[in-house]
Design a protein around this ligand. Structure first.
Ligand code: PMV
Length: 328
């Protein structure tokens, strides 16, 4: 039985893709061309509370990190467009309060954790009690990568084949790697110039390399799944790093080219390679921005920090939030 609650409250983690999502086969439903695989970053993410506004309210009320957000801002418009999918009657309005504990300067996509947290909060408000896969499908409608943020741990987002997205959903993988660490290197805190949808569409429409990208992802995804299952960190890190480089190659091949890197991004990549040559096993991955995320194991944390003293470190399997709302 569905029982609407006075409010719905939920937390969802940010996630970092190891096999990237870059390219949509359908834009309205955020259906990706390829499946992708990510790791959720435990305690970093978004907490959201949603309520029904009083009858008579003409607009949704949106609060971000304690401050009211004007309805005309892109942030509020995107959020309200997502809420349009869930209004019990066309006049119903919501009050949404959302807090990111991700330092906004950290260059981590808070849209993934944001739409996942809002979806989980709506599930509680309306008493749907949906399982993870359907929740991932709803979160996907807000932002593609949000499909992966409804879970902790390693997450696989299946592209599926159905034109309506019926089989386009995410699942949590059972493997747990307590020694895994993710380092976040914020080399530049400025907002990115080209958003992910625009960047993907430009790449898909103009890059010749992009034609091979789907096959790359198919192979890399299998390598990553095998590596995770086998506990093979070397194969895991090397594949994740190479996959990110391939994605950026397709971006550079777009016309006009998409260059998300700064000088500091390239310097960090060289630093990672030098550390590796000197015996510290660390790998890098980069999304649609200049910041670099590092993958290494607990035993190498001091070595990595010696080279990157300013990095933030997350232990994805060691710092679960005790109030985590992720479905299992
Ligand atoms: O979910 P979006 O539309 O913000 O796209 C995310 C794209 C990348 O971060 C570059 C890759 C990924 O899989 O997260």
């Amino acid at each position: 039985a569905r029982a609407e609650q006075p409010e719905g409250r939920a937390f969802a983690p940010v996630n970092i893709a190891l096999c990237k999502y870059w390219g949509k086969r359908e834009e309205e439903l955020n259906l990706p061309q390829c499946s992708s695989l990510s790791i959720s970053l435990g305690p970093l993410g978004t907490e959201t509370v949603v309520r029904r506004a009083d009858a008579g309210a003409t607009e949704d009320r949106v609060e971000l990190n304690g401050a009211c957000v004007d309805a005309s801002t892109p942030f509020a418009r995107r959020l309200c467009a997502f809420l349009d999918l869930f209004r019990p009657d066309p006049g119903a309005r919501f009050e949404v309060s959302t807090k990111n504990n991700v330092p906004t300067a950290a260059g981590l996509a808070s849209s993934a954790s944001g739409f996942a947290a809002l979806t989980l909060a709506l599930d509680r408000l309306f008493g749907w009690k949906l399982a993870g896969p359907p929740l991932s499908q709803l979160a996907r409608l807000g932002s593609g990568s949000a499909a992966r943020s409804v879970y902790d741990g390693f997450v696989l987002w299946h592209a599926g084949r159905d034109p309506g997205g019926a089989d386009c959903l995410a699942e949590r993988l059972p493997e747990v790697w307590p020694e895994l660490r993710v380092g976040i290197l914020t080399v530049c805190a400025e907002a990115k110039e080209t958003g992910s949808t625009g960047g993907m569409n430009r790449t898909a429409a103009t890059s010749v390399l992009f034609r091979e990208w789907a096959e790359r992802c198919r192979v890399d995804l299998q390598l990553l799944r095998d590596a995770i299952r086998a506990g093979d960190f070397t194969r895991f890190g090397a594949t994740a790093e190479a996959n990110a480089m391939s994605m950026h190659a397709t971006m550079l091949d777009a016309r006009p080219p998409l260059l998300y890197w700064r000088a500091e991004t390239v310097a960090a990549l060289h630093g990672v390679r030098e550390l590796r040559d000197a015996g510290t096993e660390v790998y890098a991955t980069i999304d649609a921005g200049p910041n670099v995320k590092l993958l290494f194991r607990e035993r190498d944390e001091a070595g990595v920090r010696g080279r990157f003293p300013d990095m933030d470190v997350i232990a994805p399997f060691r710092q679960p939030r005790n109030d985590s709302c992720s479905p299992r």
